[in-house]
Design a protein around this ligand. Structure first.
Ligand code: SF4
Length: 374
């Protein structure tokens, strides 16, 4: 779900490394990351922003530690459960310009540990993606992105990706055969995805580079769970670094009875627990810290408090007109957090939040190391 970054029991043993060695180890979606050469501002902000979890002030302490940026808000596939195929369609198609991205990173990059470079759309449709990654890397930020792998990469593009310094790349492969794969990744071609993976690995090896780490991601659903062993074998043959199994995101806003159709038979792969034989989700305690630790930039340039505000109803301003840090501390942001504290279920974006009632900490249930961890 979210980066485990503010839990004191996890942080305390790492304080020495952060303050003296200026490095910080963390996990995101079960993959290990190490932020190094952390500047003073980043380290200090990490501690100051950590106070937010206890006090949840309307005006947050410090600045965001994580950013999520949407390079583009449309996609080349039509996956039935993705909000890009339904709920976000009312947005004007937008491609984030490099200038807006640069301004955003110039504003808040000194405070960020981690950049998640995706949201509602296929990131590789933005021709400036590698330039953006390289720019964020120049600010010492851990960067990772995710792709459906259906934008064919030529050698030069794969080389630019390796040279960008991207830390990790999730490639969605939810099937080991075209027939199963295209049931969900509608319009997608598995051969294109596999060819892209092979190309990136070949070029990465020719450059003797350790990055990007390739995470072959299998979202487990009813129709594809039987292909997990085959997909695992495929991952091994391809030479990816990790093979991970992720629970499926079934946002109630995309329709009813989704759980009944898509929830895997195997309980271990489910995101939710159900009542008896029904598909009624059991209620679970859920604490969301996103409005206090993560800032989100949409392809249109709007700065929002959470990526699930896909209609940008709570825009804190456009990056072309105000700084990301001003937006973070703005009166509108304050109003958002105040209302959130009073009961976030009143917000359309939180009421049906996919993380609510989840029994899986990070949405990912299994990680298998396919190559040696570095
Ligand atoms: S939709 Fe609301 S509850 Fe869910 S992650 Fe976003 S801010 Fe948190």
């Amino acid at each position: 779900m979210s980066i485990v970054i503010f839990k004191m029991k996890d942080v305390l043993p790492k304080i020495f490394n952060l303050l003296i060695k200026r490095q910080f180890d963390f996990e995101f979606e079960l993959l290990p990351y190490r932020a190094q050469e952390i500047g003073f501002r980043k380290a200090a902000n990490f501690f100051v922003a950590g106070l937010n979890q206890y006090l949840q002030p309307e005006r947050p302490f410090g600045y965001p530690v994580i950013a999520q940026v949407e390079p583009v808000n449309y996609c080349n596939l039509q996956c039935p459960l993705c909000l890009t195929s339904s709920m976000t369609k009312s947005r004007k198609p937008a491609l984030l310009s490099f200038d807006k991205f640069q301004k955003f990173i110039d504003d808040c990059g000194d405070y960020l540990l981690h950049l998640i470079l995706w949201d509602w759309g296929e990131p590789f449709l933005n021709p400036d993606l590698c330039r953006m990654i390289a720019y964020a890397k120049s600010k010492g930020i851990i960067v990772h992105t995710s792709t459906n792998g259906n934008v064919p990469l030529d050698d030069a593009q794969a080389e630019a990706l390796v040279d960008s310094g991207l830390d990790s790349l999730v490639v969605a492969v939810d099937g080991a055969t075209q027939k199963t794969y295209e049931q969900y990744r509608q319009g997608g071609r598995l051969d294109v995805v596999l060819s892209n993976i092979r190309k990136i690995i070949r070029i990465r090896e020719s450059k003797r580079s350790g990055v990007p780490v390739i995470n072959m991601r299998f979202v487990v659903m009813r129709h594809n769970e039987s292909e997990i062993p085959l997909a695992r074998e495929l991952a091994k043959n391809l030479g990816v670094d990790y093979f991970t199994l992720k629970t499926v995101d079934m946002n109630p806003q995309t329709g009813v009875e989704l759980d009944e159709i898509y929830a895997p038979e195997e309980v271990h792969y489910r995101r939710y627990e159900y009542d008896g034989n029904s598909f009624e989700r059991k209620q679970k305690r859920f604490v969301c810290m996103r409005p206090w630790k993560r800032i989100t930039l949409e392809a249109s340039g709007e700065v929002i408090p959470c990526e699930y505000d896909y209609l940008n109803r709570y825009s804190l301003g456009n990056i072309a007109e105000r700084s990301a840090l001003d937006a973070w501390k703005s009166a509108k942001g304050k109003d958002f957090r105040k209302a959130f504290n009073l009961g976030h279920n009143d917000f359309y974006l939180c009421r049906d939040c996919t993380y609510k009632n989840s029994v899986v900490g990070d949405c990912v249930v299994e990680r298998q190391v396919m190559r040696n961890e570095k």
